[in-house]
Ligand binder design. Structure first.
Ligand code: H2B
Length: 98
């Protein structure tokens, strides 16, 4: 997959298909809520395996059953990139349906 920075219009178009995601302080952000701490941890491990496979790592923090995610590409001057979109889509795909 090509790793390139997205322009504002491309990010806005992508957001239309990414429910719950928004741009906050230049980062692609979403707060994930789970049924339990164990569910949050299980999801984080699944995401981490994918992230490492594509060599693109999330900024995220966990408090009990919540995970705050802020995606950005450090190698591209902290732009939102095609890899951030791929990671966001995979995070949604792996999250349990509420
Ligand atoms: N993750 C994120 N989010 N941004 C990057 O620029 C990045 C990364 N770069 N994971 C990768 C690793 C780079 O450091 C390695 C050398 O490919």
């Amino acid at each position: 997959m090509e790793r390139r920075a997205l322009n504002t219009a491309e990010v806005q178009t992508a957001l239309a298909d990414l429910p719950g995601w928004e741009v906050v302080d230049g980062k692609l952000s979403k707060l994930f809520r789970f049924q339990s701490f164990a569910a949050a941890m299980g999801w984080m491990v699944s995401v981490a395996i994918y992230a490492d496979k594509i060599d693109h790592h999330p900024e995220w923090s966990n408090v009990y059953s919540r995970v705050q995610v802020n995606l950005v590409t450090h190698d591209l001057d902290n732009a939102i990139s095609t890899f951030d979109l791929a990671l966001a889509r995979k995070m949604d795909e792996l999250a349990p349906v509420d």
